[in-house]
Design a protein around this ligand. Sequence first.
Ligand code: FES
Length: 70
Amino acid sequence: MSDVKVLVKDNGPLLVTGPITVTDAAGNVFDLKGKETFALCRCGASAIRPFCDGAHKTCGFQAAERAITG
Ligand code: FES
């Protein structure tokens, strides 16, 4: 079982918690500044992609997916 969790926030980012490395397409590692929880943008409006800067709150992004269970 992985120690990494990803919470899909309603109308917001992917909230990632756990020991994880984030790289760009060239394999360069993003500096997470020691944070074990951080948010990845999924609205596309962030000025600091791939991370969320809160822009989803004002860009009209709407998404509230639910996992299919059972
Ligand atoms: S999800 Fe927060 S800025 Fe895109």
